[in-house]
Design a protein around this ligand. Sequence first.
Ligand code: NAD
Ligand code: WQD
Length: 341
Amino acid sequence: MKKECVLVSGGAGYIGSHTAVALVEAGFDVVIADNLSNSDMNAVEGVRRITGRDIPFVNVDCCDTEAFARLFEQYDFGSVIHFAAFKAVGESVAEPMKYYRNNLLSFMNVIELMRRYGRRNIVFSSSATVYGEADTLPVTEQTPRKPATSPYGNTKQMCEDILRDACKAYDNLQGIALRYFNPIGAHPSALIGELPRGVPQNLVPFITQTAAGIRECLSIFGDDYPTPDGSCLRDYIDVTDLAKAHVVAIKRMVEGGCKESYEIFNIGTGNGVSVFELVRGFERVNNLKLNYRVTPRRAGDVPAVWADTSLANTELGWRAERTLDETLASAWAWEKHIRNI
Ligand code: NAD
Ligand code: WQD
């Protein structure tokens, strides 16, 4: 059988780089496309070092239709995993058009070019943000989406809908949306990981930067939520486990295993973990003390969200494997690697 080639758009980014590694390890050929707007070539070099393969990289903006089309002419991939998007919730509120333009246009280009060049399978990076403050927990794929509370979240909902409609209309297209919960951690080699620009907006990078002395003090946003310890609950999913979910999604499509032309899967651990639990776990596993204080709630945070992952377990045969301890150790190993600690 011909080896399947997968285009990884946004493959120089955090999740894309880990997924490129997992794809190569599973026997796929990979092409990485990225405009490096939120990443750099070190990630691509890291992927090449881990895999020992000279993986092709193309510097292209997915919004540039003609430049992107040339990539489709150059490489014979049958599947695409589309990571390329902006992802900062707060920035999307301040600059909505930047988010609508980049996230929607790049995605519509991917779908239209796949049609033009006869490419069949697409995985879309969706997010637990589409659930908003759900009425029941854990959330299943059937849990109704709530109106988006940010332009970023709205782009995820809109792209899901675009993919649903496109897969319904075009016989030759099948799509899977993976709704990621909170991806954290890094590859065990510490050669790739999360590299936020500026002040981290997400919890784990803020923790690791505080431990590294780059940030003075971690703010815990609220201890008065209706949760067991008063801090918010989230479903923290290891990025290497998340990467493997993309591999099984691609296999499902390549092997003709999809039940519908458009499918949705939650990708999480199924556990709700509080901010305090995460902070204490990080301290214990890495044998250090974090400087932190409780501050008022952050606008827009939901008290709790975690995944029902039974559909991914049964249909994809996928489940999260790495323990939270291993993940928190890998996050710190990566921070130490990039800071030369
Ligand atoms: P990231 O910013 O590290 O990776 C995205 C990559 O896409 C970057 O390398 C960036 O340079 C590239 N990119 C952006 N716009 C592009 C364009 N127009 N053309 C070409 N390249 C472009 O982000 P990530 O954390 O790896 O997220 C990947 C995807 O997963 C995103 O779609 C994000 O919305 C989604 N997601 C992320 C999380 C999370 O917490 N990290 C959670 C749920 C969903
Ligand atoms: C986790 C918890 C904070 C920082 C975001 C996006 C979501 C998805 C994943 C893309 C919350 C608390 C955080 C800090 C804190 N991304 N916190 N101090 O908000 O669950 O989800 O990333 O799709 O769309 O919204 O993740 O890591 O920002 O926060 O106390 O300095 O940590 O209040 O409870 P969040 P997060």
